[in-house]
Unconditional design. Structure first.
Length: 96
């Protein structure tokens, strides 16, 4: 017992791996230029605000470069992302 196999001896991990691959294949990464970020607090504020949006898979903030990379499940909602960045106290100036 204690293996990943189901009672009919099929491996239950195959389904999970296929689902994960599909989710990654359907994702879109978009880079935005963001003004006003200067420190780790800025990175945390933007990450938390944008991560809370529906459809966002991951957020990577490059404070020094003024870039925020948002990975979404499908096409990003630029208006919602801009609003989330604005709510965090920064300005989305466009796609990079």
């Amino acid at each position: 017992m204690g293996s990943c196999c189901t009672p009919d001896n099929s491996c239950s991990t195959n389904t999970v791996e296929i689902s994960t691959a599909t989710a990654v294949a359907d994702s879109t990464s978009t880079v935005y230029a963001v003004a006003g970020m200067t420190c780790g607090h800025c990175k945390t504020a933007v990450t938390n605000s944008v991560s809370a949006l529906d459809g966002v898979i991951s957020v990577d903030v490059d404070v020094a470069g003024g870039r925020v990379t948002v990975t979404t499940g499908g096409e990003p909602d630029d208006a919602a992302i801009a609003a989330a960045i604005d709510d965090a106290g920064y300005e989305l100036t466009g796609r990079a």
